[in-house]
Design a protein around this ligand. Structure first.
Ligand SMILES: [Mn+2]
Length: 363
């Protein structure tokens, strides 16, 4: 199945890797068309059920704008850009659904339980919001499925963490027994959140309950969760959690992180999908994300885990990046998006390397 991937070798040099990219071109300043690209980014500007700090709907644009700063030279991998990278335009339909859903959801988020139980209009609106979220899942599913049928790597760029459900469903259909490596500060395994059945806080619960092709969920960096989530993940046979606190304590007692990284990768099946919530990282890498939590992974620790996937011989068939939000008060401050676009490029390189489509650099 994996051998169906075939590298479309780019024979003529159409890019000067030493030149500065310009934002007039596509993502990372690259000139590829969608048909020429092995990796297609699907922007999903979505923050319908964001409860604390909105703004992740601006994430995809911020990442696109910051991406022209990339330097393609990478110490680990040779020229991922050669495979062709392309970001789709934001869908007008998704934008419309997001603003409709957000307007309805806001009043529900602001209402207390008693108001909710008495107010028929709010109850009706809750049903509408849940339908809007289902509609998004179908759009993302169809989009991803059609790209996977063309043997491309489809990458959801959120948006909040509700966005990749449809993508994970499409991946799990193409690659049964798929393992999910989930980086996040939050468990995201609530049964529902404020009545929303498809919110960012329930994505991994929905994945495990509704997508039978997923054989394993490994969560890393988790440090904010409720008792229901703790019990759910503890008792679920397919879920294993690397709590941030436990990783930190292992490191403080002298264990080296490479060993921990190898152990994490060893728990995954041969075919892997990464769902990366930027807030899994230490908040200094994502100060404007919706729900930052102290603690978290260092950037280099993430890169080490990614490199361990390549070393393991397992395949990273797909991934997403969610919850990147630009600073709402200072548009010129692109720090969160800067981290996001680099992480996205690194995951792209790792995925292509594990699929045999680019080489690891030998220095
Ligand atoms: Mn999340």
């Amino acid at each position: 199945m994996l051998s169906s991937f075939s590298m479309k070798k780019i024979t003529k040099t159409i890019i000067d890797p030493n030149a500065k990219a310009t934002s007039k071109d596509g993502i990372y300043g690259l000139p590829f068309k969608e048909t020429e690209a092995q990796v297609v980014f699907i922007p999903v500007p979505w923050d319908v059920t964001t409860s604390y700090q909105a703004g992740t709907s601006n994430g995809p644009t911020a990442i696109l704008e910051a991406s022209s700063q990339i330097d393609f030279f990478d110490l680990d991998f040779i020229d991922a850009y050669q495979a062709g990278l392309f970001m789709k335009k934001e869908s007008a339909k998704i934008k419309k659904l997001n603003s409709e859903g957000r307007m309805l959801a806001k009043k529900i988020i602001d209402a207390d339980d008693e108001t909710m139980s008495k107010n028929k209009l709010l109850q009706k609106n809750l049903i509408k919001v849940n339908q809007i979220c289902e509609d998004l899942n179908s759009i993302v599913y169809q989009e991803t499925k059609s790209l996977l049928e063309k043997d491309k790597i489809a990458v959801v760029v959120g948006g909040d963490h509700a966005t990749p459900f449809g993508a994970i469903k499409a991946y799990a259909e193409k690659y049964p027994k798929l393992g999910i490596l989930h980086f996040d500060a939050h468990s995201d395994t609530r049964i529902s959140y404020m009545g929303f059945s498809n919110s960012h806080a329930s994505i991994m619960h929905n994945v495990m309950e509704k997508i039978p092709g997923v054989s394993k969920l490994i969560q890393v960096g988790i440090r904010d969760f409720c008792e229901q989530e703790f019990t759910y993940t503890r008792d679920h046979k397919k879920i294993e959690v690397y709590f941030d606190q436990n990783i930190a304590r292992r490191k403080m007692s002298g264990e080296n992180f490479q060993k921990i990284a190898r152990e994490i990768v060893s728990k995954l099946p041969d075919t892997i999908y990464i769902s990366f919530d930027i807030d899994g990282l230490d908040p200094r890498f994502c100060p404007n994300t919706g729900t930052p939590v102290p603690g978290g992974l260092d950037y280099h620790e993430v890169i080490l885990i990614l490199n361990e996937i390549v070393a393991s011989g397992k395949k990273l068939v797909g991934f997403d990046l969610v919850e990147v939000a630009p600073n709402p008060k200072d548009k010129a401050n692109e720090w969160d998006a800067n981290v996001g676009m680099r992480l996205l490029y690194k995951m792209t390189s790792v995925s292509l390397a594990t699929l045999g489509l680019i080489e690891k650099r030998k220095l």
